[in-house]
Design a binder for this molecule. Structure first.
Ligand SMILES: [Zn+2]
Length: 457
Protein backbone atom coordinates (compact mmCIF):
# COMPACT_ATOMS: atom_id res chain seq x y z
CA UNK A 1 0.00 0.00 0.00
CA UNK A 2 2.72 2.32 1.01
CA UNK A 3 4.56 2.03 -2.31
CA UNK A 4 1.31 2.42 -4.33
CA UNK A 5 0.40 5.67 -2.61
CA UNK A 6 3.95 6.89 -3.11
CA UNK A 7 3.62 6.17 -6.83
CA UNK A 8 0.23 7.90 -6.95
CA UNK A 9 1.66 11.02 -5.35
CA UNK A 10 4.61 10.91 -7.72
CA UNK A 11 2.40 10.70 -10.82
CA UNK A 12 0.13 13.42 -9.46
CA UNK A 13 3.14 15.69 -9.06
CA UNK A 14 4.27 14.84 -12.58
CA UNK A 15 0.79 15.55 -13.94
CA UNK A 16 0.73 18.88 -12.14
CA UNK A 17 4.10 19.88 -13.56
CA UNK A 18 2.92 18.92 -17.06
CA UNK A 19 -0.34 20.85 -16.69
CA UNK A 20 1.53 23.86 -15.38
CA UNK A 21 3.92 23.70 -18.31
CA UNK A 22 1.11 23.47 -20.87
CA UNK A 23 -0.78 26.32 -19.22
CA UNK A 24 2.32 28.51 -19.17
CA UNK A 25 2.96 27.77 -22.82
CA UNK A 26 -0.61 28.56 -23.88
CA UNK A 27 -0.67 31.81 -21.95
CA UNK A 28 2.72 32.86 -23.26
CA UNK A 29 1.71 31.84 -26.77
CA UNK A 30 -1.31 34.11 -26.74
CA UNK A 31 0.63 36.95 -25.17
CA UNK A 32 3.83 36.79 -27.18
CA UNK A 33 3.30 34.65 -30.29
CA UNK A 34 3.31 37.55 -32.73
CA UNK A 35 6.57 38.75 -31.23
CA UNK A 36 8.18 35.33 -31.58
CA UNK A 37 7.15 35.00 -35.19
CA UNK A 38 8.24 38.49 -36.17
CA UNK A 39 11.49 38.73 -34.27
CA UNK A 40 14.38 39.66 -36.56
CA UNK A 41 15.65 36.29 -37.66
CA UNK A 42 12.41 34.36 -38.03
CA UNK A 43 12.83 32.51 -41.35
CA UNK A 44 9.13 32.96 -42.19
CA UNK A 45 9.43 36.68 -42.18
CA UNK A 46 13.00 37.70 -42.75
CA UNK A 47 15.73 36.62 -45.11
CA UNK A 48 19.19 37.87 -44.17
CA UNK A 49 17.61 40.33 -41.76
CA UNK A 50 15.34 41.83 -44.43
CA UNK A 51 11.59 41.84 -44.54
CA UNK A 52 10.20 39.18 -46.91
CA UNK A 53 6.81 40.62 -47.55
CA UNK A 54 5.11 43.96 -47.64
CA UNK A 55 5.47 47.65 -48.34
CA UNK A 56 5.72 50.80 -46.27
CA UNK A 57 4.12 53.89 -47.76
CA UNK A 58 4.04 57.53 -46.71
CA UNK A 59 0.75 59.44 -46.28
CA UNK A 60 0.57 60.18 -50.02
CA UNK A 61 1.27 56.61 -51.14
CA UNK A 62 4.97 57.10 -51.91
CA UNK A 63 6.79 53.79 -51.40
CA UNK A 64 9.43 54.11 -48.70
CA UNK A 65 10.28 50.45 -48.37
CA UNK A 66 9.26 47.38 -50.34
CA UNK A 67 10.09 43.70 -50.23
CA UNK A 68 9.43 43.58 -54.00
CA UNK A 69 12.30 45.88 -54.84
CA UNK A 70 15.69 44.27 -55.10
CA UNK A 71 17.22 46.97 -52.92
CA UNK A 72 14.13 47.46 -50.75
CA UNK A 73 14.33 51.21 -50.26
CA UNK A 74 12.75 53.95 -52.39
CA UNK A 75 14.12 54.58 -55.91
CA UNK A 76 14.67 58.22 -55.00
CA UNK A 77 17.91 59.00 -53.19
CA UNK A 78 16.27 62.12 -51.71
CA UNK A 79 13.42 60.05 -50.22
CA UNK A 80 15.89 57.46 -48.93
CA UNK A 81 17.95 60.12 -47.17
CA UNK A 82 14.93 62.04 -45.87
CA UNK A 83 13.35 58.92 -44.29
CA UNK A 84 16.52 57.13 -43.15
CA UNK A 85 15.75 57.38 -39.43
CA UNK A 86 12.23 56.04 -39.93
CA UNK A 87 13.21 53.12 -42.17
CA UNK A 88 16.56 52.24 -40.60
CA UNK A 89 19.82 51.41 -42.34
CA UNK A 90 21.01 48.03 -43.59
CA UNK A 91 23.77 47.60 -41.05
CA UNK A 92 21.28 47.97 -38.22
CA UNK A 93 23.02 51.00 -36.73
CA UNK A 94 19.74 52.86 -37.11
CA UNK A 95 17.03 50.37 -36.10
CA UNK A 96 13.76 50.17 -38.03
CA UNK A 97 11.66 50.48 -34.90
CA UNK A 98 8.34 51.00 -36.67
CA UNK A 99 8.84 47.91 -38.79
CA UNK A 100 9.67 45.89 -35.72
CA UNK A 101 6.60 47.14 -33.85
CA UNK A 102 4.19 46.39 -36.71
CA UNK A 103 5.75 43.27 -38.22
CA UNK A 104 2.99 40.95 -37.03
CA UNK A 105 0.23 43.23 -38.35
CA UNK A 106 1.98 43.51 -41.68
CA UNK A 107 2.56 39.82 -42.31
CA UNK A 108 -0.98 38.71 -41.73
CA UNK A 109 0.14 36.48 -38.95
CA UNK A 110 -2.65 35.39 -36.66
CA UNK A 111 -2.63 33.10 -33.66
CA UNK A 112 -4.94 30.42 -35.06
CA UNK A 113 -3.66 30.14 -38.63
CA UNK A 114 -0.03 30.96 -37.90
CA UNK A 115 2.02 32.24 -40.79
CA UNK A 116 -0.03 30.43 -43.47
CA UNK A 117 -1.67 33.67 -44.60
CA UNK A 118 1.72 35.29 -45.01
CA UNK A 119 2.71 33.38 -48.11
CA UNK A 120 -0.20 34.63 -50.19
CA UNK A 121 0.22 38.38 -50.23
CA UNK A 122 2.29 41.17 -48.77
CA UNK A 123 1.11 43.63 -46.19
CA UNK A 124 1.01 47.38 -46.34
CA UNK A 125 1.93 49.85 -43.66
CA UNK A 126 0.75 53.42 -44.17
CA UNK A 127 2.61 56.17 -42.29
CA UNK A 128 1.32 59.63 -41.38
CA UNK A 129 4.59 61.28 -42.43
CA UNK A 130 5.03 62.90 -45.80
CA UNK A 131 8.18 61.98 -47.71
CA UNK A 132 7.82 65.26 -49.59
CA UNK A 133 7.78 67.31 -46.38
CA UNK A 134 10.65 65.25 -44.92
CA UNK A 135 12.66 66.14 -48.05
CA UNK A 136 11.80 69.85 -47.74
CA UNK A 137 12.93 69.77 -44.09
CA UNK A 138 16.15 67.94 -45.00
CA UNK A 139 16.97 70.43 -47.73
CA UNK A 140 16.17 73.39 -45.46
CA UNK A 141 18.47 71.98 -42.76
CA UNK A 142 21.16 71.72 -45.44
CA UNK A 143 23.39 69.29 -43.53
CA UNK A 144 23.23 71.18 -40.22
CA UNK A 145 22.56 69.01 -37.19
CA UNK A 146 19.22 69.08 -35.47
CA UNK A 147 15.58 68.12 -35.80
CA UNK A 148 12.39 69.29 -37.48
CA UNK A 149 8.95 68.12 -36.39
CA UNK A 150 5.38 68.92 -37.41
CA UNK A 151 2.21 67.19 -36.25
CA UNK A 152 -1.54 67.62 -36.25
CA UNK A 153 -2.46 68.55 -32.68
CA UNK A 154 -6.10 67.48 -33.18
CA UNK A 155 -5.51 64.01 -34.66
CA UNK A 156 -1.96 63.15 -33.53
CA UNK A 157 -0.57 62.36 -37.00
CA UNK A 158 3.10 63.28 -37.39
CA UNK A 159 3.73 64.77 -40.83
CA UNK A 160 7.43 65.47 -40.36
CA UNK A 161 9.96 63.89 -37.99
CA UNK A 162 13.31 64.72 -39.51
CA UNK A 163 16.68 64.06 -37.91
CA UNK A 164 19.68 65.73 -39.51
CA UNK A 165 22.33 64.87 -40.66
CA UNK A 166 21.32 61.83 -42.63
CA UNK A 167 22.71 59.59 -45.38
CA UNK A 168 21.61 57.32 -48.19
CA UNK A 169 21.13 53.79 -46.78
CA UNK A 170 22.14 52.39 -50.19
CA UNK A 171 25.36 54.39 -50.12
CA UNK A 172 26.34 54.72 -46.45
CA UNK A 173 29.37 56.85 -45.59
CA UNK A 174 32.49 55.18 -44.29
CA UNK A 175 32.25 56.50 -40.76
CA UNK A 176 35.27 54.50 -39.56
CA UNK A 177 37.42 56.46 -41.95
CA UNK A 178 35.44 59.71 -41.81
CA UNK A 179 37.74 62.51 -42.82
CA UNK A 180 37.34 64.05 -39.39
CA UNK A 181 35.17 67.02 -40.25
CA UNK A 182 32.49 65.70 -37.90
CA UNK A 183 29.70 66.11 -40.39
CA UNK A 184 28.18 62.75 -39.43
CA UNK A 185 28.58 63.13 -35.66
CA UNK A 186 25.63 61.43 -33.98
CA UNK A 187 24.07 60.44 -37.31
CA UNK A 188 22.75 57.17 -35.85
CA UNK A 189 20.70 59.07 -33.24
CA UNK A 190 17.09 59.86 -34.13
CA UNK A 191 17.42 63.40 -32.81
CA UNK A 192 13.75 64.33 -33.05
CA UNK A 193 12.70 61.53 -30.71
CA UNK A 194 15.85 60.73 -28.77
CA UNK A 195 17.95 63.89 -28.34
CA UNK A 196 17.49 66.44 -25.59
CA UNK A 197 18.50 70.07 -26.00
CA UNK A 198 18.97 73.16 -23.90
CA UNK A 199 15.79 74.95 -24.96
CA UNK A 200 16.78 78.59 -24.50
CA UNK A 201 13.92 81.07 -24.67
CA UNK A 202 11.26 78.72 -26.02
CA UNK A 203 11.22 77.54 -22.39
CA UNK A 204 9.82 80.97 -21.43
CA UNK A 205 6.51 79.54 -22.66
CA UNK A 206 6.62 77.07 -19.75
CA UNK A 207 7.60 79.71 -17.20
CA UNK A 208 4.94 82.07 -18.53
CA UNK A 209 2.25 79.37 -18.37
CA UNK A 210 3.14 78.73 -14.72
CA UNK A 211 3.10 82.43 -13.90
CA UNK A 212 -0.26 83.02 -15.61
CA UNK A 213 -1.83 79.97 -13.95
CA UNK A 214 -0.66 81.39 -10.64
CA UNK A 215 -1.81 84.94 -11.36
CA UNK A 216 -3.79 85.78 -14.52
CA UNK A 217 -3.45 89.49 -13.65
CA UNK A 218 0.21 89.25 -14.62
CA UNK A 219 -0.95 89.90 -18.17
CA UNK A 220 -1.74 93.50 -17.18
CA UNK A 221 1.60 94.24 -15.52
CA UNK A 222 4.59 96.02 -17.00
CA UNK A 223 8.26 95.09 -16.62
CA UNK A 224 11.29 97.32 -16.83
CA UNK A 225 14.63 96.25 -18.27
CA UNK A 226 17.91 98.11 -17.98
CA UNK A 227 19.78 95.45 -19.91
CA UNK A 228 21.06 93.74 -16.79
CA UNK A 229 19.87 92.60 -13.40
CA UNK A 230 22.03 91.45 -10.50
CA UNK A 231 20.76 88.42 -8.59
CA UNK A 232 22.83 86.72 -5.91
CA UNK A 233 25.87 88.77 -6.97
CA UNK A 234 25.69 87.53 -10.56
CA UNK A 235 24.18 89.18 -13.58
CA UNK A 236 21.24 88.30 -15.77
CA UNK A 237 21.69 90.13 -19.05
CA UNK A 238 19.77 91.16 -22.15
CA UNK A 239 21.51 92.09 -25.43
CA UNK A 240 20.38 95.70 -24.83
CA UNK A 241 18.00 97.52 -22.43
CA UNK A 242 14.38 96.84 -23.36
CA UNK A 243 12.94 99.66 -21.20
CA UNK A 244 9.39 99.41 -19.92
CA UNK A 245 7.35 96.65 -21.55
CA UNK A 246 4.00 94.95 -21.29
CA UNK A 247 4.09 91.20 -20.58
CA UNK A 248 3.38 90.49 -24.24
CA UNK A 249 6.24 92.81 -25.31
CA UNK A 250 8.57 91.18 -22.78
CA UNK A 251 7.85 87.81 -24.45
CA UNK A 252 8.35 89.22 -27.96
CA UNK A 253 11.59 90.90 -26.86
CA UNK A 254 12.48 87.66 -25.08
CA UNK A 255 13.56 89.90 -22.21
CA UNK A 256 15.74 87.91 -19.78
CA UNK A 257 15.47 90.56 -17.07
CA UNK A 258 11.66 90.45 -17.12
CA UNK A 259 11.59 86.65 -17.11
CA UNK A 260 14.13 86.49 -14.30
CA UNK A 261 11.75 88.58 -12.18
CA UNK A 262 8.76 86.47 -13.20
CA UNK A 263 10.62 83.24 -12.35
CA UNK A 264 11.82 84.45 -8.95
CA UNK A 265 8.33 85.54 -7.99
CA UNK A 266 7.04 82.13 -9.07
CA UNK A 267 9.56 80.08 -7.08
CA UNK A 268 11.06 76.63 -7.63
CA UNK A 269 8.10 74.44 -6.78
CA UNK A 270 5.64 76.07 -9.17
CA UNK A 271 8.10 76.02 -12.05
CA UNK A 272 8.80 72.33 -11.41
CA UNK A 273 5.08 71.59 -11.19
CA UNK A 274 4.44 73.32 -14.52
CA UNK A 275 7.28 71.41 -16.18
CA UNK A 276 5.61 68.24 -14.96
CA UNK A 277 2.18 69.40 -16.18
CA UNK A 278 3.41 70.09 -19.71
CA UNK A 279 4.96 66.61 -19.86
CA UNK A 280 8.61 67.67 -19.77
CA UNK A 281 9.62 64.61 -17.77
CA UNK A 282 7.45 62.08 -19.57
CA UNK A 283 8.23 60.07 -22.65
CA UNK A 284 5.81 59.20 -25.42
CA UNK A 285 5.37 55.71 -26.87
CA UNK A 286 5.09 56.34 -30.60
CA UNK A 287 4.65 53.18 -32.68
CA UNK A 288 7.73 51.40 -31.35
CA UNK A 289 9.69 54.57 -30.58
CA UNK A 290 10.06 55.73 -26.98
CA UNK A 291 10.92 59.43 -26.76
CA UNK A 292 13.57 60.76 -24.38
CA UNK A 293 12.57 62.65 -21.27
CA UNK A 294 13.43 66.27 -20.61
CA UNK A 295 15.18 67.51 -17.50
CA UNK A 296 14.66 70.27 -14.94
CA UNK A 297 16.41 69.86 -11.59
CA UNK A 298 16.40 72.82 -9.22
CA UNK A 299 17.52 70.98 -6.10
CA UNK A 300 20.88 72.77 -5.97
CA UNK A 301 19.77 75.97 -7.70
CA UNK A 302 20.44 79.33 -6.07
CA UNK A 303 18.32 82.35 -7.02
CA UNK A 304 20.48 83.21 -10.00
CA UNK A 305 20.33 79.59 -11.22
CA UNK A 306 16.56 79.58 -10.77
CA UNK A 307 16.25 82.75 -12.84
CA UNK A 308 18.33 81.19 -15.64
CA UNK A 309 16.27 78.01 -15.42
CA UNK A 310 13.11 80.04 -16.06
CA UNK A 311 14.85 81.58 -19.08
CA UNK A 312 15.59 78.11 -20.49
CA UNK A 313 19.28 77.83 -19.56
CA UNK A 314 20.87 76.37 -16.40
CA UNK A 315 20.54 72.57 -16.67
CA UNK A 316 17.18 72.60 -18.53
CA UNK A 317 16.79 70.04 -21.30
CA UNK A 318 13.82 69.34 -23.55
CA UNK A 319 13.09 66.67 -26.13
CA UNK A 320 11.93 68.19 -29.46
CA UNK A 321 8.95 65.84 -29.90
CA UNK A 322 7.69 66.40 -26.36
CA UNK A 323 7.95 70.18 -26.67
CA UNK A 324 6.13 70.08 -30.00
CA UNK A 325 3.23 68.36 -28.25
CA UNK A 326 3.24 71.16 -25.67
CA UNK A 327 2.90 73.63 -28.55
CA UNK A 328 -0.12 71.63 -29.69
CA UNK A 329 -1.63 71.91 -26.21
CA UNK A 330 -1.29 75.71 -26.25
CA UNK A 331 -2.97 75.75 -29.66
CA UNK A 332 -5.73 73.37 -28.62
CA UNK A 333 -7.06 74.90 -25.38
CA UNK A 334 -4.66 73.16 -23.02
CA UNK A 335 -4.44 69.57 -24.25
CA UNK A 336 -3.27 68.01 -27.49
CA UNK A 337 -3.50 64.72 -29.33
CA UNK A 338 -0.79 62.19 -28.48
CA UNK A 339 1.48 61.87 -31.53
CA UNK A 340 1.63 58.81 -33.82
CA UNK A 341 3.39 57.70 -37.00
CA UNK A 342 1.49 54.69 -38.30
CA UNK A 343 -1.96 55.39 -39.78
CA UNK A 344 -2.94 51.87 -40.75
CA UNK A 345 -1.72 48.37 -41.50
CA UNK A 346 -3.15 45.92 -44.02
CA UNK A 347 -2.49 42.28 -44.57
CA UNK A 348 -3.88 40.15 -47.41
CA UNK A 349 -6.34 42.95 -48.18
CA UNK A 350 -7.60 43.03 -44.61
CA UNK A 351 -7.07 45.97 -42.26
CA UNK A 352 -5.15 44.82 -39.21
CA UNK A 353 -4.56 48.17 -37.57
CA UNK A 354 -5.91 51.71 -37.68
CA UNK A 355 -4.61 54.60 -35.59
CA UNK A 356 -6.97 56.31 -33.18
CA UNK A 357 -6.60 59.63 -31.42
CA UNK A 358 -6.04 59.89 -27.71
CA UNK A 359 -5.49 63.15 -25.89
CA UNK A 360 -2.82 64.21 -23.38
CA UNK A 361 -3.75 65.35 -19.90
CA UNK A 362 -4.72 69.00 -19.51
CA UNK A 363 -1.32 70.74 -19.53
CA UNK A 364 -2.59 74.25 -18.84
CA UNK A 365 -5.98 75.91 -18.43
CA UNK A 366 -8.01 77.12 -21.39
CA UNK A 367 -7.54 80.72 -20.26
CA UNK A 368 -3.75 80.42 -20.00
CA UNK A 369 -3.60 78.66 -23.38
CA UNK A 370 -5.66 81.48 -24.94
CA UNK A 371 -3.38 84.14 -23.41
CA UNK A 372 -0.26 82.36 -24.71
CA UNK A 373 -1.78 81.95 -28.18
CA UNK A 374 -2.43 85.65 -28.43
CA UNK A 375 1.07 86.56 -27.26
CA UNK A 376 2.72 84.02 -29.58
CA UNK A 377 0.72 85.46 -32.48
CA UNK A 378 2.02 88.92 -31.51
CA UNK A 379 5.59 87.51 -31.49
CA UNK A 380 5.22 86.59 -35.15
CA UNK A 381 3.69 89.95 -36.07
CA UNK A 382 6.37 91.89 -34.22
CA UNK A 383 9.50 89.77 -34.67
CA UNK A 384 9.21 86.77 -36.99
CA UNK A 385 7.89 88.10 -40.29
CA UNK A 386 9.94 85.39 -42.02
CA UNK A 387 7.59 82.66 -40.81
CA UNK A 388 4.30 84.52 -41.30
CA UNK A 389 2.29 82.58 -43.89
CA UNK A 390 -0.71 84.64 -45.06
CA UNK A 391 -4.09 83.38 -43.90
CA UNK A 392 -3.03 80.77 -41.33
CA UNK A 393 -2.10 82.68 -38.13
CA UNK A 394 1.38 81.38 -37.35
CA UNK A 395 2.17 81.64 -33.61
CA UNK A 396 5.75 81.08 -32.41
CA UNK A 397 8.62 81.67 -30.01
CA UNK A 398 12.32 81.50 -30.76
CA UNK A 399 15.25 80.57 -28.55
CA UNK A 400 19.02 80.92 -28.72
CA UNK A 401 20.41 78.53 -26.16
CA UNK A 402 24.01 78.99 -25.05
CA UNK A 403 25.59 75.57 -24.77
CA UNK A 404 29.28 76.42 -24.80
CA UNK A 405 31.84 79.02 -25.74
CA UNK A 406 30.45 80.77 -28.83
CA UNK A 407 28.11 77.85 -29.40
CA UNK A 408 24.37 78.31 -29.60
CA UNK A 409 21.51 75.94 -30.25
CA UNK A 410 18.85 77.72 -32.28
CA UNK A 411 15.29 76.71 -31.38
CA UNK A 412 11.92 77.73 -32.76
CA UNK A 413 8.55 76.33 -31.70
CA UNK A 414 4.92 77.15 -32.31
CA UNK A 415 1.77 76.25 -34.20
CA UNK A 416 -0.81 77.36 -36.71
CA UNK A 417 -3.91 78.73 -35.00
CA UNK A 418 -6.09 77.25 -37.71
CA UNK A 419 -8.99 74.78 -37.95
CA UNK A 420 -8.01 73.86 -41.50
CA UNK A 421 -4.33 73.20 -40.71
CA UNK A 422 -4.05 72.41 -36.98
CA UNK A 423 -0.29 71.94 -36.97
CA UNK A 424 2.27 72.33 -34.19
CA UNK A 425 5.97 72.47 -35.03
CA UNK A 426 9.49 72.64 -33.66
CA UNK A 427 12.84 73.32 -35.31
CA UNK A 428 16.20 72.79 -33.57
CA UNK A 429 19.54 73.62 -35.20
CA UNK A 430 22.74 72.77 -33.31
CA UNK A 431 25.40 75.50 -33.56
CA UNK A 432 22.63 77.41 -35.28
CA UNK A 433 23.28 80.92 -33.96
CA UNK A 434 20.20 83.08 -33.39
CA UNK A 435 16.97 81.09 -33.14
CA UNK A 436 14.60 83.12 -35.24
CA UNK A 437 16.86 84.03 -38.16
CA UNK A 438 18.12 80.45 -38.53
CA UNK A 439 14.94 78.52 -37.85
CA UNK A 440 12.06 80.71 -39.08
CA UNK A 441 12.81 80.15 -42.79
CA UNK A 442 13.09 76.38 -42.17
CA UNK A 443 9.79 76.36 -40.29
CA UNK A 444 8.10 78.35 -43.04
CA UNK A 445 9.28 76.04 -45.84
CA UNK A 446 8.20 72.94 -43.92
CA UNK A 447 4.80 74.36 -42.89
CA UNK A 448 4.08 75.46 -46.46
CA UNK A 449 5.01 71.94 -47.56
CA UNK A 450 2.54 70.48 -45.04
CA UNK A 451 -0.22 72.83 -46.19
CA UNK A 452 0.37 71.78 -49.83
CA UNK A 453 0.24 68.10 -48.92
CA UNK A 454 -2.94 68.55 -46.85
CA UNK A 455 -4.57 70.57 -49.65
CA UNK A 456 -3.93 67.68 -52.02
CA UNK A 457 -5.72 65.12 -49.81
ZN1 LIG B 1 15.42 92.90 -21.38
Amino acid sequence: MKSISKRTVFSLVLACILLFGVATFVIRYFLYADRWVSFTGSPHVYTNGKLNTGEILDRSGTVLYSSEKSKNYSDSATTRRATLHLMGDRAGNIPARILRAYASKLFGYDKLNGTAAMESSGGELRLSVSAQVQAIAMQAMNGRKGAVGVYNYRTGEILCALSSPTFDPLDPPDLEHDNGDGRYDGVYVYRFFHATYTPGSIFKLTTLAAALEENPELANETFSCEGKLTINGEQITCPHPHGRQSLSEALSNSCNCAFAQITLRLGKQKLLAQADAIGLYRSYEIDGITTSRGHLDLSDANENDLAWAGIGQYTDLVNPCQYMVYMGAIANNGKAAEPWLVSSAQSAGRETYRASTSMTAQMLTKQTAAALREMMRMNVKRMYGAVDIPGVNVCAKSGTAEVGEDENTATFAGFLDSDEYPLAFIVVVEKGGAGSSTCAPIARAVLEGCINVMDGE
